[in-house]
Structures are given as C-alpha cells and as structure tokens.
Design a protein around this ligand. Structure first.
Ligand code: PLP
Length: 358
C-alpha cells in the first residue's frame, strides 16, 4: 500500500527495518529502547545523537536550543503565549484550522491581533507577507508555515523587523532548508514528516528561555525547565525520539535538506503538473502558494470523489480522503513517500479520468 495520510504518516522503510532489527536487543544492551531507562548511557547517546544530527541537518545556530517535548503540536498553542507573551499581545496570521486553534488558545492569555487572513477564500492562499500591520506592542508574530489541510505554504516569510517570528512547521519541517535565524521559535509535531506521534521538536532562541512566564504556567509548560534538563526533566517519549534520530540520519544519508527539497519538488510537480492538465481533477490551493507536502484536490462532483476514493482504496492507495472539514481528496507526500508512490497514483488518476469522462 501507498500511505498518503496527513499524519501519522508514512516513515522511511529503511528506518523501520533498522528499528525492527534492534527491537529486542538494542546494540547489545539486551533490551529494547522501549524498555530502557531514560537516564541510561545508551539513551543519553540516542537523544544526544538525535539532537546532533538535527543541528547538522538544519544548521541550527549555537544560540538556539533544541527541545524534544510532548503534548502534540497543539500544546505549543498554549506554551507559546504562556512563555512569550510578556506584553500580553501577539499578532497572528490566520491561514487555516491550525492557526484557528492557535489563535483561540492564545486568546486565553492575552490580546490577539489577526493581522492577515486568507479566510475570505477558504484558506486557499497565503496572505501578502510584505507591509504587514505589525502591532507595536506585539510580543511575537505567529504563522503556520505549511497548512496541512489546505495545502498552502509560505515561500517567503513575513517581514517582522526586530519582532519575533514564531512558526508551526509540523507538516513541513525537514522538507527543505530553512534559515533558523529568522525565527524566535519553530515547533513541529513530528508525526508527519519526522517520526512517530508523541514527540514535538521545539527550536527556540536561547534568550527567549526565561523564568519570566505568565503567572500560573505549569512547570511542564515552561521551556526553561526542559532546556535546563536537556529535555529529560521527566520521562521523555524515548522510543519516539529514537526513531526521529534515525529519520534525521536517513535524511543525512540522502544528502541533507537541499537534496530532500529536490526530491520533494520532483514528487510535487508530478502531481501538480497532472492536476493542471486534467479536465477532471483540480488542485484547490493557489499556484504560488502550493505546498510540497500536502496536495488537496477535487473533481466537480461529490459522486465522482466518492467513486475515486473507493477505487483508489481497493488498489492500495490509502488515506486519500480530504480533511473532514473540507472534503474532496488530499495526497500527503511527505519525505518518506517514494517518487514511485506519486507516479503510481498519477497513473491511476489518469486511468480513472479516461474511464469516467463524460
Ligand atoms: N499544526 C499543524 C500544521 C498540523 O498539521 C497539526 C496536525 O495534526 C497540528 C498542528 C496539531 O498537531 P497535534 O495533533 O500533534 O497536536
């Protein structure tokens, strides 16, 4: 089967095979990584190496900390305002379901200004990033870098001057190179492009990690407690971190993020080129803002959508149904989706189109 799920999603087969080999006896320890103490030497090495590989891959500057946390990406929706809203004001750019949730959460802690939005056209595009009306007293500007549901992504990031930029990169982290120095904080729930559900990677500039958090912020929701304890304040999602470490190494073995970007562009253009030429299927995101990771598309009738999904499933194309809030179809083609998977899908779409032409 080819798994086009938006998350949890396909992982590299080589990573899963290696993990299976080590399942019962991790490097002569006589136990699985699932069973070992997070204070053991073996696990310290696993988490240390995972951080090292991630730093190399993304070229994370020395003045940024990497944290491996829990609570899903959704917990960051609260942790960010609790830790960064010193003036109790933040600017959000609204581009879909995930910024909607982030905005609702931030409103519990301070004033939220929605300084740009693409809600007028069902979030099918990214608002202009130049000449934004950034609030003088905003503690940060928040974006969702890749909108998993609507299939849009920022090609240029907002110009925020000396104001902090915070980005949710849950669905595109490690799909292409990024310049970390442009951000104050980046976070990603790993279950899309990086690893198994249960781990959230946070990359945060060191000076933002302080004791000065909103009153009542629980210990577990303070970046400082996790930074001071190298992500080992409490029991971490150990097995998940171990798999993430393997995925980082897998990307390194392919040539790093530049190479990954090329492969992702190749895969995405196979699908987009076909969508642009088809008279049955249509991509729903604005061309200039198309995601390399999530490709939503529709036909002009719900009946055809249902027929397509049914036939696709029977052939082993899994999880092509669009998000429950938007309908239609969506192919998520994360790093671990092989080029062959996208080619095979497009071949099937062509065949379906020929067979079902009016
Ligand atoms: N942000 C984005 C961009 C997502 O795609 C998701 C998807 O689930 C989330 C946040 C929420 O992640 P989680 O389920 O880990 O809380």
């Amino acid at each position: 089967a080819y798994n086009f799920s938006a998350g949890p999603a396909v992982l590299p087969e080589a990573v899963l095979r290696e993990a299976a080999e080590e399942m019962l006896d991790y490097k002569g320890t006589g136990m699985s990584v699932m069973e070992m103490s997070h204070r053991s030497k073996a696990f310290e090495e696993i988490i240390g190496n995972a951080e090292k590989s991630l730093r190399e891959l993304v070229a994370i500057p020395d003045n940024y900390r990497v944290l491996f946390l829990q609570g899903g990406a959704s917990q960051q929706f609260a942790m960010i305002p609790m830790n960064l809203m010193k003036n109790k004001v933040a600017d959000y750019i609204h581009t879909g379901q995930w910024t909607k949730r982030a905005i609702a959460e931030a409103k519990m802690y301070g004033k939220v200004n929605v300084i740009a939005s693409s809600e007028d056209k069902t979030f099918s595009y990214i608002p202009e990033v130049k000449d934004l009306k950034i609030s003088d007293d905003a503690d940060y500007i928040y974006i969702c870098h890749n909108n998993t549901i609507y299939g849009t992504k920022y090609n240029d990031i907002p110009e925020t001057g000396d104001k902090l930029l915070v980005a949710d990169m849950s669905s595109d982290m490690l799909s292409e190179p990024i310049d970390v120095s442009k951000y104050g904080l980046i976070f990603a729930g790993v279950q899309k492009n990086i690893g198994p559900a249960g781990v959230v990677v946070v990359i945060i500039r060191e000076d933002l990690i302080t004791e000065d958090v909103l009153p009542g912020t629980p210990t577990m929701l303070r970046y400082k407690i996790h930074a001071d304890n190298d992500s080992l304040y409490n029991t971490p999602p150990a097995y998940g971190i171990y798999i993430c470490g393997k995925v980082f190494k897998w990307i390194q073995s392919l040539g790093g993020l530049e190479a990954m970007k090329k492969i992702n562009q190749e895969k995405a253009s196979i699908l987009y080129d076909y969508l642009d030429s088809s008279s049955m299927f249509k991509g729903t995101a604005a061309k200039k803002d198309r995601s390399l990771m999530n490709v939503p598309f529709i036909t002009d009738s719900e009946e055809l959508n249902v027929k397509f999904l049914k036939e696709a499933k029977a052939l082993g194309f899994e999880n092509l149904k669009g998000h429950r809030t938007v309908g239609g179809m969506r192919a998520s083609i994360y790093n671990a989706m092989p080029v062959e998977g996208v080619k095979t899908l497009v071949d099937f779409m062509k065949k379906f189109e020929a067979e079902n032409k009016k």
